[in-house]
Design a protein around this ligand. Structure first.
Ligand SMILES: *Cc1c(COP(=O)(O)O)cnc(C)c1O
Length: 377
């Protein structure tokens, strides 16, 4: 069997171990220290817009804190993009709040602004104004942020941006994660950069960042003994893990270049094949990190389904994966309301994510291309 080609695997740059070694040498083996501060500073400089960043244990914990900080509590409704990873929606339920799911549009595959407005108007008519909107930039592709931002303002509803897959992506030259009241980043094992596990909350100001850190470190009041007036969490990032993050920041833009080259490769491979669409930026306003390259297959035109392609790749030990299964189709959320016209359902049926790691080799690409060419015969 040939070596496995992964969808997206960790890709170290070289200096990660130096920062980790420093943590050991100075005995900062704790959920605070110079690497945590350094990684936060690197991220603040990178995303810009005067953002303040708090490093946390995961993207999921960042989303949870964002919901708390915008005031989501028991019984509130939160509008959430349906087509996403479950981690976008789960924290809504941690707060005892109720997810209301919104469909995607077909150009970026992210939250559809008109379905969003329909949902807002209908929820208000039902006597319940949603407390927050969670928009996601799937696979690195920026959502339609002008329109979504405008709706958040028009109806005065907090906007949380799940940029877990979109570090380095921009919309109108502004980094994803800096548009909402809060932005969420993830450094899990298969993301654009990884710290083995970790995340960050992008805040608009220092006060919000300090509130996030307070909640993430068990909400200790200022006293010599342990005194608590709020429920806290153990959500802070470790200084060892943050060392990996500092090393990864040194190669982030280079790795985005590799991922974008993968996307070019797939565009080239599928260029003349009727019935296959590669997810690409609709206009020059969008810049995707192309964390994952994904396609949609119209079986009536190609003569093969996405499942047939997936199995053919699997046979050659090449990993690919259907797109995210929409949340409103998940057993755990089946009682939740959904607004849309089934764009996300269709994407889920026909879509496939292809190997997209920044460490793919020419040989890997040749193997992938061969499987695709054989499908077409
Ligand atoms: C990975 C991911 C998360 C969760 O991040 P973790 O760091 O794994 O907790 C949230 N939302 C989306 C869209 C993701 O892809």
């Amino acid at each position: 069997m040939k070596e496995k080609i992964w969808l997206s695997s960790p890709h170290m740059g070289g200096s990660e171990q130096k920062y980790v070694q420093e943590a050991f040498d100075t005995n900062w083996v704790a959920p605070l220290g110079p690497n945590v501060n350094g990684f936060e500073q690197d991220l603040e400089e990178y995303v810009g817009e005067n953002s303040k960043v708090a490093c946390l244990a995961s993207g999921t914990s960042a989303l949870h804190l964002a919901l708390i900080l915008v005031g989501v509590s028991k019984g509130d409704e939160v509008l959430c993009q349906s087509m996403t990873f479950s981690a976008s929606a789960n924290p809504i339920t941690y707060q005892g709040a109720i997810p209301v799911f919104v469909d995607s549009e077909s150009t970026t595959w992210n939250m559809c602004p008109s379905a969003l407005e329909e949902a807002i108007v209908d929820r208000i008519a039902n006597g319940k104004k949603p407390r927050a909107i969670i928009v996601v930039h799937l696979y690195g592709m920026p959502a339609k942020m002008d329109k979504i931002g405008a709706l958040s303002k028009k109806y005065d509803i907090a906007l949380i941006e799940d940029a877990a897959e979109a570090l380095g992506s921009t919309y109108k030259e502004q980094k994803c994660g800096t548009f909402g009241d809060f932005g969420v980043l993830s450094f899990n094992g298969n993301k654009i950069i990884t710290t083995s596990g970790g995340g960050a909350l992008v805040c608009k100001n220092e006060e919000d960042k300090q509130k996030a850190i307070f909640l993430a470190t068990q909400a200790r009041d200022n006293a010599p003994h342990y005194q608590h007036s709020h429920i806290g969490y153990n959500y802070r990032m470790s200084n060892v893990v943050a060392g990996i993050g500092r090393g990864q920041m040194e190669v982030l833009d280079k790795h985005i270049g590799f991922r974008r080259a993968n996307n070019q490769f797939y565009q080239e491979v599928f260029k003349d094949i009727e019935g296959v669409t590669v997810l690409t930026e609709p206009t020059s306003k969008y810049f995707s990190n192309h964390w994952l390259s994904a396609i949609v297959i119209e079986e009536s035109k190609t003569g093969f389904s996405r499942e047939e392609l997936r199995l053919a790749l699997e046979k050659q030990n090449i990993e690919s994966r259907p797109l995210w299964k929409p949340m409103h189709l998940q057993p755990v959320f089946k009682e939740c309301k959904y607004y849309g016209t089934n764009v996300s359902e269709k994407l889920f049926e026909d879509g496939l994510c292809l190997p997209s790691g920044s460490n793919l080799t020419d040989e890997d690409r040749t193997r992938i291309k061969e499987v695709i060419s054989n499908m077409l015969k």
